[in-house]
Design a protein around this ligand. Structure first.
Ligand code: NAD
Length: 313
């Protein structure tokens, strides 16, 4: 079992995930480029590092939860990064939970594998340190309630070693295959989710224009062939469901900005693999426009309000 857990990236998601590890009794060292972000965890008993490198020197496992590919690259390979020590890193396992480009996950996993044998790698059954990509679904609520789903890519022995920690932060762990496959699963999920949200919004907006009540039409969707998560769990029409962002002015959900980033990752991956993704292209443009119009921080279901209801776009 891991004695010293290092955690990097204490934002909306990471702060809850790190807190859950602390509550479970793990000794935790944290790093975030924002001092303010570290204060909360420090008050709860976590120690603080001054750089990713210092964190690596004190941890046998590192978990990161950062905004985008460039931040993860910087934390791993930048000056004072996790991999900057020539004698090799001390952690045997590095788990990146950020939603990033699958190719970046694969490149970093290769670099981690080329590091010299760490003090502890044999203890997880490996000759070299292992990196896993383990992005999550479940949002801020899931991070707080420790009910996240992890989509994991990397060697199976790495997953075996990580399972205990992942189950402290989440409920479900799905093994997706080799390095980068967790990241790939996450961006594919989010592109399908974005398209379904736009589709449900489009159907409901047209229905309303034709004189249908949004509740009646949603009930039909939810018991007919249009049924999906965007309609029956996360309905975008204000007031139809309790406890969804649409019923609290689209606050406290998954932001248009983050979704737009994920759709950009899907477009890059599609280009790299030579597949045409016309719907992703279109929905990415819709979300980019929402961001340009100033709705970056609103929940992504606000596409119903701003686009289809013709407010402000
Ligand atoms: P966030 O912006 O709230 O938090 C990111 C944290 O990383 C911040 O505290 C920031 O200071 C820190 N950071 C950035 N660059 C850093 C660096 N170089 N070194 C150290 N710290 C650095 O983001 P979030 O909402 O917590 O999301 C994190 C990741 O999880 C993203 O990839 C996002 O797509 C994904 N995700 C988010 C949600 C959600 O609902 N918010 C759901 C699923 C997945």
């Amino acid at each position: 079992d891991f004695q010293n857990v290092g955690f990097i990236g204490l934002g909306n998601m990471g702060s809850h995930m790190a807190f859950n590890l602390l509550k479970a009794g793990h000794s935790l060292c944290v790093y975030d480029r924002s001092d303010a972000a570290m204060q909360f965890l420090a008050k709860q008993g976590a120690s603080q590092a001054k750089s990713p490198h210092e964190l690596a020197e004190q941890s046998d496992v590192i978990i990161s939860m950062l905004p985008a590919s460039s931040h993860v690259e910087e934390v791993y390979t930048g000056a004072n990064g996790l991999l900057s020590e020539v004698q090799g890193i001390r952690p045997s396992l590095l788990i990146d939970c950020s939603t990033i480009d699958p190719q970046t996950s694969r490149d970093l996993a290769t670099k981690v594998g080329h590091c010299k044998l760490s003090r502890n790698a044999r203890h997880i059954g490996s000759e070299v340190p292992i990196m896993l990509d383990a992005p999550v679904s479940g949002g801020v609520g899931g991070a707080a309630a420790a009910s996240l789903t992890f989509m994991v890519g990397g060697p199976q022995i790495g997953l075996n070693a990580a399972l205990h920690l992942l189950h402290i932060m989440g409920k479900r762990v799905v093994y997706c295959g080799g390095a980068g496959n967790g990241s790939a699963a996450k961006i594919c999920n989010n592109l399908a989710m974005a398209i379904s949200m736009a589709g449900v919004s489009e159907g409901l907006a047209l229905g309303q224009r034709l004189g249908l009540d949004a509740q009646t039409l949603s009930d039909i969707f939810n018991t007919s062939s249009a049924r999906c998560w965007s309609s029956d769990t996360y309905n975008p029409v204000p007031g139809l469901m309790d406890d969804v962002p649409a019923s609290r002015n689209y606050k406290g959900g998954f932001s248009c900005q983050l979704l737009s980033k994920d759709l950009g990752l899907a477009l890059t991956a599609a280009k790299e693999t030579g597949i045409s993704v016309p719907l992703t292209l279109q929905v990415h443009e819709l979300y980019s426009n929402l961001c340009k119009a100033g709705y970056n921080n609103e929940d992504f279901s606000s596409i119903f309000q701003h686009f289809y209801k013709g407010e402000a776009l």
